[in-house]
Ligand binder design. Structure first.
Ligand code: SAH
Length: 346
């Protein structure tokens, strides 16, 4: 038996070609894309404007299945956290009328950042394009008839360690024939994979780039982000960031988790200002969220505000991201970790 075509791996232009190969008129391809990407419907039996015999053919030839959810938690603030049986995790963050979906690109992570729960349960594998797109389908189902306004690649894994599938998924998410989310509403976050930043710049698109900086001197950054910072220390990272800016003219957002007593001192902030001075960019401060199994401490709100003020006074463009979804263990990788540790049952 021939294997079925995994349709969620496919760009709408490829879906169109598959429909032609099935000797169907092209409007059937448009209908299928509309069910999948506008209505988040993946069951052929529910695609009521498609004739029954064609739905049977779809079931025979196409794999339209989604990974099954094992856990869906709704937080007090309205955030929704999804976890499927493969340990793939995504979070829908609702802020006013804005729906932001946070996607994972890998099951686990190789980078071992000390503050992050994602590495704690180990690295399993890269997610396929379809597995990334499945997260968007679930997120859209949750918000319909509202829209998904923003997509952020800030879930589990390192997007640039799974570059091809990440970019394929972005192309589907931003396509006019699929999810139609504007390029500037899509943010990829990297811990600093330099070749990925360069390739991302060379795409010549308007996608947003965030860089998880967290420390602006190599000695300290080696302590909390050992894998990436030893491979690509700050000078190499900044060179790549400048290349990205020169090529795209898009401001990079540097993420800085404020960890009490570790990177919030006067010298730490001075290093940060010195590193980014004169570079057109934004800084996003994130109060450390106490992930499972890390020895770091959560900063007081006043301290975070004070750091913000110091940066602002130095002329930096700075915002603070107050945590959402914390009551559902929504910080990166926490649900997956709990499940692996046997604290969530299937
Ligand atoms: N590997 C990529 C994508 C993962 S998102 C990257 O490193 O950018 C990583 C982001 O998750 C960090 O920038 C930070 O914003 C957030 N994060 C991870 N652990 C956190 C923690 N304990 N507290 C607060 N934010 C955390």
């Amino acid at each position: 038996m021939r294997t079925k075509i995994k349709i969620l791996d496919c760009h709408p232009d490829v879906i169109q070609k598959i429909i032609m190969d099935l000797k169907q008129p092209s409007f059937r391809g448009k209908q299928l894309c509309s069910w999948l990407f506008e209505k988040a419907v993946t069951d052929p039996d529910l695609m009521i404007n498609i004739p029954k015999d064609l739905r049977v053919l779809f079931k025979e030839k196409l794999d339209l299945s989604l990974p099954e959810l094992v856990e869906k938690r709704v937080c007090e603030d309205g955030s929704v956290k999804f976890l499927n049986g493969e340990g793939i995790e995504s979070v829908l963050i609702k802020a006013g009328r804005r729906n932001t979906l946070c996607l994972s690109t890998q099951a686990g992570c190789k980078f071992g950042c000390a503050f992050c729960a994602s590495s704690k349960a180990g690295f399993d594998r890269n997610l396929s394009t379809g597995e990334i797109i499945s997260q968007v389908v679930y997120g859209l189902r949750e918000v319909l008839p509202e829209k998904l306004n923003n997509i952020v690649y800030m879930g589990i894994g390192e997007p640039f360690d799974n570059f091809e599938n990440t970019v394929n998924s972005i192309e589907i998410i931003s396509s006019d024939k699929a999810f139609r989310i504007g390029q500037r509403k899509i943010t990829v976050s990297t811990c600093g994979v330099v070749p990925g930043i360069l390739k991302f710049a060379d795409l010549n698109k308007q996608y947003e780039l965030s860089v998880s900086l967290h420390c602006a001197n190599n000695i300290k950054r080696n302590k909390i982000m050992p894998v990436i910072n030893k491979r690509y220390p700050l000078s190499k990272l900044m060179e790549a960031c400048k290349y990205f800016f020169d090529k795209t003219r898009r401001y990079i957002t540097f993420e800085y988790i404020v960890i009490k007593g570790f990177n919030d001192g006067i010298k730490d902030i001075k290093d940060l200002i010195d590193l980014l001075k004169g570079f057109s960019c934004k800084i996003n401060l994130i109060p450390f969220n106490s992930a499972i199994g890390t020895a770091f401490e959560v900063p007081e709100k006043e301290k975070v505000l004070e750091v913000g003020k110091q940066l602002k006074n130095a002329g930096m463009n700075v915002t603070v991201r107050w945590s959402k979804g914390a009551d559902a263990d929504a910080a990166c990788g926490q649900l997956r970790y709990l499940r692996k540790a046997g604290k969530i049952k299937d």
